[in-house]
Every structure is written in C-alpha cells, then in structure tokens.
Design a protein around this ligand. Structure first.
Ligand SMILES: O=C([C@H](O)CO)[C@H](O)[C@H](O)COP(=O)(O)O
Length: 429
C-alpha cells in the first residue's frame, strides 16, 4: 500500500498566521496543504494563490465545499493554484457533473465531502461514476461536538468504494493510525495540528502514526465519564466561552481560592438561614455531585459552615455553591474544600426544614436544575444544562486548544489584538 498522505487543514481566518502554521506543519511532515473553508471565506482566492506560491512543492487543496455553480468555483480554485478542489457530496448531480467537466478542463482533481450525506456508501458509488477523484469521509466540527465520529463513517465505506478515500473530522495521532488501518489513503487533520502550540511536533506525531500505524485497544468510556474528564481538563472560563459567554453565575466567589469543582447539581432552595435542607441534601447527594443552594439571595445569615462541609466531603460531594453566605471560613479554607458563596457572615440561622431539595432554583442569575453540570474554579461558577453537557464539554476543550496557539503566538511577540485581528473583525454598523 502506498504511504498515506497527510493533509493539514488550515481552518484559520487570517492568511499570515495560516502561512506560518503551514510552514511549521510541513516541517512536521504534512504533504498536502488544505486552504480551509473558513480561510477561503475570510481571505478569498488570495489564500489559495499565496499558499501555492509559498509552497511550490506541495499539493494545495481548496476546501470550497461547493454547493452550486460547480464549473465556476472549480475554475476559480484551479486558476488560483489548487490541485484538488472540494465539493459537497450532497450537491445536486447537475453541480457535480459541471464541476467534473471544469476539473478535467483545468487539470485538477475533485474531492467530494460526505458531510451530512444520508447514505454515504451509495452516494460515494454515484460520485465515483460521475468522475469524482476522491471521497472524503468527513464529520464536520459541529457534528463532532455532538459525538459523531469520522472513523465510524470511514468504516462504513471500507471495501465499498473504488476511489481513494480521505478521512477528516477531529483526528489526532491515535485516530489517524486507526484511519489508516481502516483504509484511508488521505488523512486530513485540522485542529489537532493547527491549534497546537508546537505545530511541527503535532504534525510529526500524526505523520509517524500514519506511517507506522499502531492500534491500541480503546477503553470504553460512558458519556458521563467523558463529560467529567473534559470538564476537569478545562477551566470555567473555557466553558462559558464555549456557551457563547453564557452560563456564569454573578457575584459568587471561591472561598478557598485555587480550588475546582466539577459535578452534577443537587439543588436546594431554603428559607434564609434555614440550614436543615442544605444539610439534608448532603444525604441525597452522591459522590461527584455539587450542592447548589439558594438561600433567598440573603447574605446576612449563613445556611452552611464547617461541619456541613466535613459531612459533604465524607459523602464524596465535590463542591458547594451558595447563593448566599457561608461561615467558618477559616476552617473551610484549611480543608481546601471547594465552597463558592456570595458572602461570608458569622451567624447561622435555625434548622427549621423550610425549603425543597432537587427542584429548579434560580441562583446568582442562573437557572439550575437537578443534574445540570457545574464547573467552578477561582474565576467563578458556570452552569451547563445537562442536555448540552457533552457538546459544551467538547467545545470547551476546543476553546482551550485554540488558546494554546494564541498563547504561543503572544509569546513570540504578537499582541493579542494582532493575533485575534480585532480591528478586522470589529462589527460594522
Ligand atoms: O472541513 C473542515 C471543517 O468543515 C471546517 O471547515 C475541517 O477542515 C476538517 O473537519 C478537519 O478539521 P478537524 O476536524 O479540526 O481535524
């Protein structure tokens, strides 16, 4: 079998950064350079021309995702220097046929992107018959975030399609190996190379993985375990960024400084200062849960203190969030237990038992339902609706990865404004 091709996908918005990253990726062993769809939308065909000039020895792939006017769009990309042009597999046959005619005329190859195709095997056969050169088993970035897998798609095509098959969608060194073993001849990697601080190192790891595929047995992981693993690896900031800057509680701070809590919410609504329900909730909670207490928003009386914290810790509870005050702060700090509150106050109320456990509560500006996920650290507390938890956790990890490259570019001397291109992307009115 021929050595698989490594295609690096430059899904960036800015050409200078893309050229720099492409250069580093090529040094790590990337063969083909893909001008990603976001880059084409941001910089137009100039991105294809520039990369063609800067990398004369490498194939340039224009990820046009063509949906209409097949001939014209292939012509644009071909005349700008692309050798491979991407079209949506789902485009009408009329578009595909025109794109193929144009590709033949300008001496370029067509890659059909299976993103969102209902019957990938029969569509791939149809596309091959229409003259498409490569099939790309691609699961898009938004689809990856809800758990779709490009390897699953690739495996469905194995042995069914005559044309060379590419694969794209969240691949890294480990999954790139699996992709080659599953029959991919072109392995496309975007984020896991271009977002790395060390792009060359990341590309090299994928290169080695596809040249000498090594399949390690994968451990099964439940969705809950994956959510927890991802949330534990990111910050509360990454999580709110992933939620379009939403979900953060207002005015609640960490009592113990640098601590972190990740878990599902057990909610408590209590009459101000009535500490019976918060303490009873410890027995309702299980290991890995976070108690979220609404104390009517009052800060003059504490429904929580050191003894409750001890009891919660023993039970395996991993954090407490109080829309209200806490006391025994010195003892809690010694315990380094993650307690988040809006205030501290010495006096407790009485255990009268007025309130509810595990009903919806409004806490510091956020609705919290039992089972919602809480991610809390020194910057504050973020609530993630339970039905979106997996997607948000995946997106938060992407935010974190993205920041790795930005941090590296700042370290090299660019300003944050330059890296983020703030002026270019100011909203026009
Ligand atoms: O085609 C892509 C996507 O639709 C954005 O344009 C990506 O290039 C492709 O998914 C590869 O990127 P990663 O999924 O980040 O590896």
């Amino acid at each position: 079998m021929a050595t698989p091709t490594l295609q690096v996908a430059l899904d960036l918005l800015e050409l200078d950064r893309a050229v720099e990253i492409a250069d580093e990726a090529v040094r790590g062993g990337a063969d083909w350079i893909e001008v990603g769809t976001p880059l084409i939308k941001s910089e137009g065909m100039q991105a294809v021309r520039t990369l063609r000039e800067r990398f004369p020895g490498h194939e340039i792939v224009a990820d046009m995702k063509i949906a209409d006017t097949g001939a014209v769009e292939v012509e644009m990309a071909a005349k700008s220097g692309a050798g491979v042009v991407c079209i949506l597999a789902d485009a009408d046959d009329a578009v595909i046929v025109e794109a193929v005619r144009s590709a033949r005329k300008y001496g370029v190859r067509l890659m059909a992107d299976l993103i969102n195709v209902a019957d990938p095997v029969s569509r791939s056969r149809e596309l091959a018959a229409l003259g498409v050169d490569y099939i790309n088993a691609h699961v898009g970035i938004d689809q990856q975030m809800i758990g779709r897998s490009s390897l699953d798609l690739l495996r469905r095509l194995a042995g069914e399609v005559g044309t060379p098959v590419a694969v794209a969608g969240g691949l890294d060194a480990e999954t790139a190996s699996e992709a080659v073993a599953a029959g991919a001849s072109i392995v496309i990697v975007g984020g896991n190379i271009v977002k790395a601080a060390d792009v060359t190192g990341a590309a090299r790891r994928v290169r080695e993985a596809i040249d000498q595929p090594e399949i390690r047995p994968r451990e099964e992981e439940s969705q809950d375990a994956a959510i927890r693993r991802l949330f534990e690896a990111v910050s509360a900031l990454n999580v709110t960024d992933a939620m379009h800057r939403k979900g953060a509680m207002a005015g609640v701070v960490s009592i113990c400084g640098r601590v972190k809590a990740v878990g599902r919410a057990v909610t408590v609504r209590t009459l101000a200062g009535d500490w019976a329900k918060p303490v009873e909730a410890i027995d309702v909670a299980g290991p890995g849960d976070v108690l979220v207490v609404r104390n009517e928003g009052r800060t003059d009386v504490a429904p929580w203190g050191e003894l409750a914290t001890h009891s919660a810790e023993n039970r395996g509870v991993v954090g407490i969030v109080i829309d209200g005050a806490v006391r025994d702060v010195d003892d809690i700090r010694e315990m380094k237990f993650p307690v988040f509150a809006t205030a501290t106050v010495p006096n407790a109320g009485e255990p009268k038992g007025l309130g509810e456990i595990n009903t919806e509560v409004a806490c510091c500006g956020q609705e919290v339902r039992p089972g919602d996920w809480i991610v809390a650290d020194e910057s504050g507390v973020v609530v993630v609706p339970r039905e979106r938890a997996y997607e948000v956790a995946r997106r938060a990890m992407e935010v974190k990865k993205n920041e790795e490259r930005i941090r590296e570019e700042i370290r090299r001397g660019r300003t944050l404004s330059e890296v983020s291109e703030l002026l270019k992307w100011e909203k026009r009115h």
